[in-house]
Design a protein around this ligand. Sequence first.
Ligand SMILES: [Co+2]
Length: 464
Amino acid sequence: MPPKKNNNNSKKGGKKQDDDDFDTLLAQAVKETKSDAVKNHKNNANHNKSDENNAQKYKSYADKDAVVPSKADHPENPYPPAVEGGKRQTWPEPTLTIKEQFPSGKGFPAGPEMPYTEEMLKVIANDSTQRVTSEEERAMKRASQAAQLEDLREAAEVHRQVRTWAHSWIKPGLPLIYITDKIEKKLNELIVKDGIVRGQAFPTGISINHCAAHFTPNHGEDEKIILEYDDVMKIDFGTQINGRIIDCAWTYAANEVKYENLLKAVRESTYEGIKQAGVDVRLCDVGAAIEEVMESYEVEINNKVFPVKSIRNLCGHNIAPYFIHGGKSVPIIKGGEQVKMEEGELFAIETFGSTGKGYVSEEGDCSHYMLQRGMEGIALRSDKAAQLLKHIQKHYSTLAFCRKWLDRDGQDRHLLYLNQLCDSGAVHRYPPLCDVRGSYTAQVEHTIFLKEGSKEIISKGEDY
Ligand SMILES: [Co+2]
């Protein structure tokens, strides 16, 4: 999920004060989640009801689904073998929760490690700020990173299992909302959704063709949008455990031949970004390397050749607990900031290629929203708006949410009050970001963690 570059977030009050307020509110929300088991159960019942409605609505698609029983020893099971004491995930549909597969709550598969280059290690060695003085500090740092990584690897394993399954049934002819609902239902099931402690990190982006990001269907007109054979579709969804977020996306095109080079351009550019990332590396250098790879591609569509351009006002970003955008941007063009990456930071490396102008603007109805840090307690004239703000704070905290989820929560007829919250500055809108009409855009994204001597590509799978 990308931030738009040069996005001036209005800040209110001192940062330290905001941090304290936020921590208190977050602790409160987590506590409520934990003590609300009964209510959560009721909410799950509501989900099931809306799932039933959807099942009715999209029955014609469900009928075409395979009726092969799911089992662990299915010959084509793509999931990893069982760990000691746990069960192996099933196929053709994953039916076991991550907790059934890893009952000890540990030992989740790590992502591949990529060591820093000689050159990077030399820079790190010469940077006195990177040196931790005492052995004790070093041990504490390692322990804190290990705890974070456990949550991140668990969230990443759910991401991989959900998307591996999604690859098996996504095809032209399906309504976009059928795809997002099916992914989200499975995600919540596998991760064992628990308020804001475990669940989805942001709405499922399902942006088509010239739209690069931040589209997910709202209920109503959007439900009529069907995936077409010639569409290029970016699927961008996130998982989170204890606020530790995995942000990971790919591009699907049924007409693989037509868009082969566009898809290759973003895949190679993202891998180049991952290769360049490291402790003490300047963000501008990552951006320059990405752009060079991206622009080495061209794509021929309907007998016309287009250069592939990096979308210059989209970028990767660092991730903080419960904040998808931690404040640093990883540009995908040259000329970016000289700010450096640091040890212990989590980065979403994502690149966007386009056959259009390489620049996105906001277009169409908004579906993505997010509560702004420090704005939870803002005074509102309308009681209904205040109630909605409380609901958002409790169920999503500062994680992004979408209108469809508010409907599902029973907050239908929310638009007027949601708009009031946006006008007051408590909630921000993140409308679809699109290049010019008629163009095609693609994206690949992974989440990586910067350790002492190497980086871990936590969300990497066999698919991408
Ligand atoms: Co992202």
